[in-house]
Design a protein around this ligand. Structure first.
Ligand SMILES: Nc1ncnc2c1ncn2[C@@H]1O[C@H](COP(=O)(O)OP(=O)(O)O)[C@@H](O)[C@H]1O
Ligand SMILES: O=C(CO)[C@@H](O)[C@H](O)COP(=O)(O)O
Length: 578
């Protein structure tokens, strides 16, 4: 009977919301529930899902908020009439790098969950520290310098762990935690990532890290397939390294491993079946590449709070400017990633500045004028083929790529002479209107610049570019962004969006659960999902990709963009020295 057919839930615990998506064995979405942290939570002083301590560049989120969100999402699925008895597998996607600090009561509290009470009521006491450092945190420069030095330099750290040291990576965050909260660290019995935190809630005990998400810590030696002892020693600070290993716990290579049955709490409270199994939850970016059978020639751009550029590749070519992770399901494959802090929120700043010029409060949160300005401005703001290009950097928060302080810079660039001239807000630029197109171009040019080593020519006479560009995340709803993304990044087959585009990571997590439970012996994720994937039902072409002429024009703009970044980096270094 169709109604008895299995369901698989994927949870996505990202920066600004928790989502739960239930799919069936044919990969079709049957239920979807969402909890928006700012709009739907009670009792937390958060903005855009996080709290900040500007003085120390700290960004963090209250863990109890996520418990409230999980209670509400499960309740919402129940209200929609979902039969939890059909759920055979649960997995999740967590915002990457965030760490959850459990106290010594945690295991007992998790095991003893009482079905009559909420998770928030029962587990708020399970943490030695009530907050999880957020990926936007920039408080760990000192620790990053130590991490970068520990194996000889950032190149060596990137070779070993897939990334040089980054403020948000969990290893530097833990080291800072040992220094800022030494007593709390001592009282911490286990540390979870946001992904393993989700799995822990459903297992009723603390779950192991996931083989892909562990690569977001700067602790895991990807080539050796184990924690790097030298780095662990550094990370444990004044404390002993064995203690840190115990806090981190074990890890399994298999991304489809059956971690155990769902805890009786969920059976009694929601009617889950005893044979519902928990599959390791992964990071939100690794989960995103599982939302479709991604080929090595395809690229995904996730337009969430962060902007990320993702590719699946068999080639491990780490570099301090990029990230490599283990693939979440398939040994021998890796995930290549670029991650920008100034993604969705930076675009919102420009949107709001444009809306403010209309002095109409009903425009709040509307993208209409932003889109109209972006589409009515010509590529690079050129008024004629020989006029200067407008180039800018829009960083309301300190950026990751390049590692640059918050700020806004505007330039004009003459592609024939290479002349690059800094502009003030009022000279040459019509602010904020010119900035709608300029911010999208700036973000996409940075992606093209940094991914060009990974793209190949898709056919005779065609320049290197992705075969397809898939847009996911909240910004994938935006057709103006899609059009400009296609013009700059190319994509010989075009720019696509998933049918449920801004729920891609929850969907990828649900597919991971399908694979974990239904795979045949030795069947890869790509084989199983590839067989069940219905292209015509699941993706939609939303913009042209490669367009001869305009792609080449943006090729010239990439050169100007690279020069502009270098100029700004030099200026900021000089400022620091002065
Ligand atoms: N129509 C739109 N055009 C552009 N951006 C949008 C649109 N709708 C939502 N967004 C952006 O999506 C972002 C949220 O994306 P989402 O993937 O849901 O976030 P996260 O996973 O980081 O919590 C918001 O910051 C907002 O800027
Ligand atoms: O830090 C990273 C990746 O390294 C971010 O991409 C986080 O994983 C949060 O993502 P979103 O909430 O924007 O989806």
């Amino acid at each position: 009977m169709a109604s008895q057919s299995p369901l698989y839930i994927g949870f996505d615990l990202s920066t600004q919301q928790l989502k739960g998506v239930a799919v069936n064995s044919d990969l079709k979405v049957e239920y979807l529930a969402k909890f928006d942290f700012d709009a739907d939570s009670t009792g937390f002083s958060i903005k855009k899902g996080v709290m900040t301590n500007e003085a120390e560049h700290e960004v963090f989120a209250p863990v109890a908020l996520w418990l409230q969100a999980m209670d509400t999402v499960l309740e919402s699925l129940r209200k929609q009439g979902m039969d939890f008895g059909r759920v055979k597998g649960i997995s999740g996607a967590g915002q990457q790098h965030g760490s959850v600090y459990w106290n010594s009561d945690a295991e007992q509290l998790l095991q003893g969950l009482d079905a009559k009470k909420t998770l928030e009521d029962q587990l708020s006491a399970a943490f030695s520290h009530p907050y999880s450092p957020n990926w936007q945190d920039a408080s760990t420069q000192k620790e990053c310098d130590e991490f970068d030095a520990v194996l000889g330099g950032p190149e060596q750290l990137a070779q070993a762990t897939g990334s040089k040291a980054h403020h948000r990576f969990t290893g530097p965050q833990i080291l800072r935690f040992t220094r800022k909260h030494p007593q709390v660290y001592e009282k911490t019995s286990r540390i979870s990532l946001v992904s393993s935190f989700i799995a822990s809630l459903f297992l009723g005990h603390i779950a192991p890290f996931d083989i892909s998400d562990v690569c977001g810590m700067n602790l895991w030696n990807i080539k050796q397939g184990g924690y790097d002892e030298k780095i662990l020693k550094l990370c444990s600070g004044q404390f002993d390294v064995e203690g840190l290993k115990n806090k981190l716990g074990p890890l399994y290579e298999d991304g489809g491993k059956h971690l155990g049955s769902v805890h009786s709490y969920y059976r009694e409270r929601y009617g889950f079946s005893p044979d519902c199994t928990v599959i390791p939850a992964t990071g939100d970016n690794p989960a995103t590449i599982l939302a479709l059978p991604l080929r090595p020639s395809d690229a995904m751009v996730s337009l969430g709070t962060s902007t990320t550029f993702l590719m699946s590749t068999p080639n491990y070519k780490p570099d301090p400017a990029t990230h490599f992770f283990n693939h979440p399901t398939t040994a021998g494959l890796y995930m290549f990633m670029l991650c920008y802090k100034n993604g969705g929120l930076a675009r919102e700043h420009v949107r709001d500045a444009i809306n403010d010029t209309f002095q109409d409060p009903s425009l709040a949160h509307s993208w209409t004028h932003f889109d109209e300005k972006a589409l009515s401005t010509s590529p690079m703001g050129q008024t004629s083929p020989t006029s200067p290009m407008k180039l800018g950097l829009f960083f309301p928060r300190p950026e990751i790529v390049p590692n640059l302080r918050a700020g806004q810079w505007r330039f004009t660039y003459d592609p024939t002479t290479g002349a690059l001239t800094e502009s003030t807000a009022s000279s040459s630029w019509n602010t904020p209107h010119d900035e709608a197109r300029a911010i999208i171009e700036s973000q996409m040019l940075s992606l093209r610049l940094r991914s060009r080593g990974l793209t190949h020519s898709p056919g005779p006479g065609l320049p290197p570019q992705p075969r397809r560009v898939y847009l996911v995340g909240g910004g994938s709803k935006n057709k103006a962004i899609a059009k400009i993304a296609g013009e700059i990044l190319g994509g010989v087959e075009g720019v696509y969006k998933l049918d449920i585009g801004d729920n891609a990571c929850a969907l990828g997590a649900a597919y991971k659960a399908v694979w974990g439970i239904e795979r045949a012996e030795g069947q890869t994720f790509e084989e199983l999902i590839g067989q069940r994937w219905k292209e015509e039902d699941f993706v939609e072409k939303i913009a042209e990709g490669y367009q001869e002429g305009v792609f080449e024009l943006y090729g010239k703009a990439v050169e100007g963009f690279e020069a502009m970044e270098k100029r700004v980096l030099d200026q900021v270094r000089a400022e620091k020295r002065a």
